[in-house]
Design a protein around this ligand. Sequence first.
Ligand code: AHR
Length: 706
Amino acid sequence: MQPSYHRIVLWLTLGWGAGPGFAASAQTNTAPADPPATPVLEINAGKVTGLASPTLYGMMTEEINYSYEGGLYGELLRNRTFKAGATNALYWNPVGGGALSLDYDQPLNAALNVSLKLDATSATPDAPAGFANAGYWGIPIRPNTLYRASFYARTDGKFAGPLTVALVSAPDGLPHGEVRPASAEVSQLTAEWKKYEVTLTTGDAPASKNASFRITTDQPGTIWFSQVSLFPPTYDNRPNGNRPDLMELMADMNPQFLRFPGGNYLEGNEIANRFDWKKTIGDTAERPGHRNDGWGYWSTDGLGLLEFLEWCEDLRMQPVLAVYAGYSMHQRHVTPGDDLDPYVQDALDEIEYVTGPTTSSWGARRAKDGHPDPFPLNYVEIGNEDWFDQSNTYDARFTQFFKAIKAQYPKLQCISTIGSTEPKAKRVHTVQPDLLDDHFYRTQQEMRLHAHDYDSYDRHGPKIFVGEWATRVGSPTPNLAGALGDAAWMTGLERNSDLVLISSYAPLFVNVSDLASGRTRGGSMQWPTDLIGYDAFTSYGSPAYYAQKMFSNNHGDQILATDSQGIPVESWQPPVRRSRNPNPATATNNAAAGTNSTPAALPPKQSLPTLFFDATRDSHDGILYLKIVNIRSHSQRVHVIIDGAKQVNHEGEIITLTSANPDDTNSIKNPQKVVPRTALLNDLGRDFTPTLEPNSINILKIHTVL
Ligand code: AHR
């Protein structure tokens, strides 16, 4: 594969010449004596510098910001297994004279080792007793919709029912004159644990996001409950499935892969709280769940390994499977060698569960779990962000996993989590990883400064996975300024997608219901800039989401050579950086180790381009995709020259994402403020001068014949 070719000449708005600092990261010509008044973008349609990766645009996901619990995973009840708090039935409230307690002596099974005891001895027909749950910041109900409720229950042997299972429109489940949109009765309860299932249909109840779920009785008795669950209709009606609106938003992005299950969520702070995949499969009532200690809340693991894979299947993505590699974030590591062997075996078993035939033991287990067909798998990531491991054991741990995986699965591509920006000595060196995972959380200026970094990257070593990246501007979801930084960065990824094979923005999701409480005090957001936002009822894509969608849906299979003159730049003073670690889950830990605290000197000023572009071409239909990002608050004329084509059609199309102000954003209340629009172009040719709108991301679709 040829190195990518993109020549730029800078035009300083504060003077003439190539910008200091920038030349180091791009192939830069000497500055012309007389820079053109209009920047020139040259594309050679006949010169292919590399094959564009068909899998460049994907997604990264983990349990953060209530991504699954209270997010994608369909379950509507919070703390359905009563394990979120050791002593209290968190998020469950008594109704009437009901008294609630946790009971460790009456468990359903070893996995769900605590049950909810309802003392309803005071219940009468005039004063029913029971309990209620208000979900994750409200239970959404819609008219004429069927909900499936289920629970396990046993009684003291005297109480036989009935229980009334209801959706009520009051948020606290209390009887203060509320409308009852749906209810069902369950009777003949016994002293043995048994599963009960009912459907609740809302009829003409008005839509609301503040409903609650309630179980009550008007007969005295004592009843124990386990796994109390409520599901709305799910995407494709999958049992134990996902929220349709979020699945549809993702489907529209046309993602090619899903990196899961983390992120910090893979590792946990402690080894015991890692994503232990074998505990996340099978009957949900036999999954113990675990404390997501990295992000501070309980996970039922209802969305477990098979559900991740089915999510991939539903959206036609390939999995990028991250396996636990013996490092957890509170500086816990497993010593390479014999101690690590069981973890390596777990990873091999996991790969077999994903890919093995039904004749293999874990393939058979997958079939038993309901999915006989194996899933495709090309990439396995070994750990997450192991550059944080101060024991420096990653080289040995990676090598142990790598050798074992390659011995059984020689075609699998193994990804190292110590990326290309780490010092060489720290990277894996005993064996050569297939890909390195680079992570970048940056300001808009930093994204612009680094948008050309991969242009000059060594093409002979490992390929690159940019497994987490984002322009962190705007919260809870990025604004247009963030999207502009993303788009500038993505032109660099796409131009270098012979090298950068896969890339994913992170984090993907945020529940925006409670931003005020803060990340450690029960708030719904643990990370401040996230691609897609939602509450219990609706969801929206940020401007950065739309930038992703535009890029992912509009590119060719060939990267074209480009050149430019007179790219405008502006001067930027980078701030003093005290820490390179933006991860709140590990920051304290690093501070303790002294890596966060050294004040640095003021860095030198930088010249930042305000214009970014790249070009790809679809070899099948001849469409040339020219992406141009104008990060200026005024419009920008550009002179586009297309060489190397016999014919360039006059008519084409332009897709533009912009808004009046770079601070403009989308939200639950205004989900479509910043969205792309498409217009026809009819003055295209080998040489044309479009005017780009201020603060705009543009994709020109131009038909060419070579
Ligand atoms: O995306 C949020 C966190 O950032 C991820 O969990 C971690 O891998 C990174 O530090």
